[in-house]
Unconditional design. Structure first.
Length: 497
């Protein structure tokens, strides 16, 4: 066992076209230099093969890695390449919700090649127009509703193509402790990095931070400036501005704003990472380099945790971070941002002061607590977060009420996929009891739904147990210990720097 402010928005009737500003902000942040562009890169033919398109991006990736200040002046031809647009279309969900135009994946595919050729031509000529997103809401773990946006299918295609092109540049820039929505990175890698960092470094204090309404408050002006640090192709910048200004369509009224990016589009995670790369990551990296004690940073999208050796440095970091965020329109949530004593010495220190057990913190759905191995060594315990567990069980119960009269094999197959997905995410070492509890309660809600089908239903728990055993997969630990996987992935290279 391993130890270790209000938005400045306007409401206007919806029009199908929108025009991004011709004069994109060119000012660089905090005195960053304007470096040479890639003027030598010639426009490629739009009919180039997929292999040629891939090799073209590989050249961009190499150039971005070799010169971290280079600004790329010719990128649009990578976006409107028909093979790249086709690949973006194929990568979309077949049954994803349609945007404001009602176009589905299958409808678009009925005349796919002609549509893609037309889309490519419009992007090349600057005639492509972004549509407002359709507003939908999903329930959060605390019962509140999270607003999401559903772009039109064509916007999804172009956004995916742009993300693929920009990733070739920004993946060379993003830092090792940034894990959210990046190619080849996952929530479990972030969880492993955090656990290994707390166990192997001298961490005694942890900042559990929450950015208040991050996606609704990031400023377009700053975001464009950050993009222009690397992207000198005004046509690509204008594409991003079109999506930022497209707004939201709700009840027939289009709402636009100068702040925020709607969650739901393919471009939103990249823009969020880009914003926090300049606002938080580079600043935190510099701050850590000047600290006298150990500092561990792990960020996944807008969710991040920072561990410190010294309490005074943790307090100073938190104070300066609030000031830093205020410069860029962001704010730490006052009720959800905490500095807690956490680490290998936390339990003993608190016991000596006559205080209770160390506090816990939540990160990526898991509650993290201080624990001990059987040999007495410190380790980080990770259990399914109570709010996440309760929210999922409420969702299962509500859906069962709607489907109670469906055939048992149909319900069993669906519930089996629910349990399988839950275990696949939460099946980490030391969390066996929680995932078994989830499986048990799913079976219990299924029994309640079965009994409600008829006033005379006498399904017993013994009989139901056989049905559960047939359809619900066993809850087994399916992830390795953090140290094992982290060492295998990093191979000696730090992913916390």
């Amino acid at each position: 066992m391993h130890g270790c402010g209000k938005s400045d928005s306007s409401v206007v009737p919806w029009k199908s076209s929108n025009k991004a500003g011709e004069d994109a902000a060119a000012e660089t942040m905090e005195g960053s230099e304007l470096a040479k562009g890639n003027a030598g890169e010639a426009d490629a033919l739009r009919t180039q093969g997929r292999e040629g398109a891939t090799s073209g991006l590989e050249r961009v990736r190499r150039a971005a890695k070799e010169d971290r200040k280079q600004r790329f002046t010719a990128l649009l031809h990578h976006v409107y390449d028909v093979d790249r647009l086709r690949a973006a279309y194929q990568a979309l969900g077949r049954d994803a919700a349609a945007g404001v135009d009602g176009m589905t994946w299958r409808m678009y595919g009925e005349d796919l090649e002609n549509r893609l050729l037309d889309l490519s031509s419009r992007i090349q000529r600057g005639a492509y127009r972004a549509s407002p997103v359709r507003r939908v809401f999903i329930e959060k773990t605390d019962g509140r509703l999270r607003p999401l946006g559903v772009p039109t299918l064509e916007d999804k295609i172009v956004q995916r193509a742009v993300v693929e092109v920009l990733n070739a540049i920004y993946e060379t820039d993003f830092l090792g402790f940034s894990y959210g929505f990046r190619p080849g990175r996952s929530p479990h890698q972030a969880l492993d990095a955090l656990t290994v960092g707390i166990c192997d470094r001298r961490v005694n204090w942890v900042i559990d931070a929450d950015i208040r309404s991050f996606f609704d408050t990031l400023k377009h002006e700053w975001l464009v400036r950050f993009v222009e640090h690397r992207i000198a192709d005004k046509r690509v910048v204008r594409l991003i501005q079109k999506w930022l200004r497209a707004g939201v369509l709700e009840d027939g009224v289009r709402t636009t704003s100068e702040v925020g990016t709607v969650q739901g589009g393919s471009i939103s995670p990249l823009l969020a990472n880009l914003y926090l790369h300049y606002v938080f990551d580079l600043w935190a990296q510099k701050w850590r380099g000047n600290a006298r004690g150990d500092v561990v940073v792990v960020r996944f999208a807008d969710d991040f945790v920072v561990g410190f050796e010294h309490q005074d440095e943790a307090e100073r970091f938190l104070s300066e971070l609030r000031e830093r965020f205020a410069q860029f329109g962001l704010e730490l949530h006052p009720d959800k941002t905490r500095l807690i004593e956490f680490g290998r010495h936390a339990a003993r220190a608190r016991e000596q002061r006559g205080e209770g057990k160390p506090s816990t913190f939540d990160f990526l759905g898991f509650t993290h607590a201080c624990g001990r191995t059987r040999a007495g060594r410190f380790k980080v315990l990770r259990h399914t977060g109570r709010k996440r567990l309760q929210a999922k069980l409420r969702e299962v119960a509500a859906t069962l009420r709607e489907r109670m009269h469906r055939p048992v094999p149909e319900i069993g197959a669906w519930l089996g996929s629910v349990v399988r997905g839950h275990v696949r995410y939460f099946g980490v070492p030391d969390n066996g009891r929680a995932i078994n509890s989830f499986r048990h309660w799913v079976g219990w809600h299924w029994l309640r739904a079965m009994r409600r089908r008829s006033q005379v239903d006498r399904t017993t728990w013994d009989r139901m147990s056989r049905t559960i055993a047939r359809w619900l997969p066993p809850a087994k630990i399916c992830h390795p210990w953090p140290h094992q996987r982290f060492a295998a992935i990093t191979q000696g290279r730090s992913r916390m720097r």
